[in-house]
Design a protein around this ligand. Structure first.
Ligand code: UDX
Length: 436
């Protein structure tokens, strides 16, 4: 089967390469000539473990190609995916659908055969209807069915998530759409991955509801961790104790500096806008979004407190380990590191940071932060060390070296990757999240 993927960003490229690996003939399309040129040279536009090898293998097998020409790319494709960005619209937080609409228009104008048009981009409920309308207005004589097929890929684990999904959600309104999607996901059907067929609008809501629920779980445990600190509990024990209840589940109960990334912050906001438009309040999601936003700066204040308060922090140097919103990505979007660094700078401290993959994307976002060559260079002369992202590289730091290099042995571990007692015994003033 031939598949066209319009948009070769994170979701489009990972999905396209995985579909090719299933044996489909895939063309990834993008307007960005330099991105396509680099892909032709085997250079990935993003850092995602295993992606370069996957792309290379499928390009060599002749199943995966790249182009900037949409008309050419979609020719003969039975399924045309729309996987372009839906950023928060400046000013009002609504998802910006201009790219999705423009692509739908271009598909309509260039369609040369019957096809299923699939929205993979995260889009507010009703977008499928709008895409259908745009395609109809283009006057195409071909049969088109518009399907919603949201992605649930985690950055850093996207290929595994694609190939071994918890579920696949397909929102289709007719048999043509359902049949083509069955072919698209045939290898996963054979794998017995759960595939859920729903109405298109339900599929669109599932994506936002899933992300909002996960964001709620994280924010819930983050607030419980604050309470643990006040009353002397251990949030990790609490998370384990509640997570073993199958109705709650143990995943997404790690307390930390607040969620970031390309999905949760933007998708919760967009969902709230939809709720507002339809006068159907989502007060829980509203609270989650607000609590998470304020948490990031609160984590910066936590570091200031660990240094002895605002007076003591002025003029001091903080080493920040980890900048990306999570490990195994170079993605800095809405990373808590940005607000934490800003809070420290506002308090009059200086910040030296190291991140294994994120420093290039971090530089323009935090121009006043010094980027160090490795963790120890950041720690050299520091009055406090703060772990912001739980990269494996920070899990086994040489603590003797850290203590020798740091001016003061203050360690703020916002991801709870070290044990409080061990760190105290090693001579650190150790502060973590929600633990005594
Ligand atoms: C998320 C969803 O998991 C995925 O299904 C969706 O398609 C896109 O958004 P992603 O943003 O890549 O994926 O990262 P995820 O692993 O979900 O983490 C999101 C944020 O939550 C990170 O900042 C992470 O550090 C934080 N988090 C996650 C916690 O603080 N605690 C947890 O227990 C889990």
């Amino acid at each position: 089967m031939k598949i066209a993927m319009v948009g070769s960003g994170y979701v489009g490229l990972v999905s396209g390469a995985c579909f090719a690996d299933f044996g489909h003939d895939v063309v990834c399309i993008d307007k960005d000539q330099s991105k396509i040129d680099r892909l032709h040279d085997g250079i990935m536009p993003i850092y995602e473990p295993g992606l370069d090898a996957l792309v290379d293998r499928n390009v060599k097998a002749g199943r995966l190609s790249f182009t900037t020409h949409l008309a050419e790319g979609i020719r003969d494709a039975s399924a045309i995916f729309i996987a372009v960005g839906t950023p928060s619209r400046r000013g009002d937080g609504h998802a910006d659908l201009s790219f999705v609409h423009a692509v739908a228009r271009e598909i309509g104008e260039n369609l040369a055969n019957d096809a299923v048009v699939v929205t993979k981009s995260t889009v507010p409920v009703g977008t499928g209807d709008k895409v259908e309308l745009i395609l109809a207005e283009s006057g195409t004589p071909h049969r088109v069915s518009v399907v919603s097929n949201p992605e649930f890929l985690r950055e850093g684990a996207a290929i595994g998530d694609f190939k071994r999904p918890d579920r696949i959600v397909i929102g289709a309104e007719d048999d043509f759409g359902r049949d083509v999607m069955r072919q698209v996901y045939r290898p996963l059907f054979l794998n017995e991955s759960p595939i859920l067929f729903t109405a298109r609008r339900s599929a669109e809501i599932i994506k936002y509801a899933a992300n909002a629920f996960l964001a709620t779980k994280i924010t819930f445990i983050n607030e419980i961790s604050d309470l643990c600190e006040k009353v002397g509990g251990d949030v990790q024990d609490v998370a384990r104790g509640i997570g073993l209840d199958g109705r709650i589940g143990k995943k997404f109960l790690h307390a930390g500096p607040g969620y970031g990334g390309s999905c949760f912050p933007k998708d919760t906001l967009a969902l709230l806008k939809t709720a507002e438009d339809y006068e159907s309040p989502l007060r829980i999601v509203e609270a989650v979004s607000m609590v998470n936003e304020s948490r990031k700066r609160a984590m910066g204040r936590k570091v200031v407190e660990a240094m002895g308060g605002a007076e003591a922090a002025r003029g001091k140097r903080v080493a920040m380990l980890g900048l990306t919103f999570k490990p195994n990505t170079d993605d800095m979007r809405d990373s808590p590191a940005i607000a934490i660094a800003q809070t420290l700078l506002d308090a009059g401290a200086s910040v030296a940071a190291f991140d294994p993959e994120g420093m290039e994307s971090a530089r323009p976002l935090m121009p006043d932060v010094e980027m160090a060559g490795d963790p120890y260079a950041a720690i050299n002369g520091a009055d406090a060390v703060v772990i912001v992202t739980e990269w494996d590289a920070f899990r086994a730091l040489d603590m003797d070296r850290v203590k020798t290099l740091a001016k003061v042995p203050v360690l703020v571990d916002l991801r709870n990757i070290y044990k409080p007692q061990e760190m105290r015994e090693a001579g650190f003033h150790y502060v973590s999240v929600g633990r005594p």
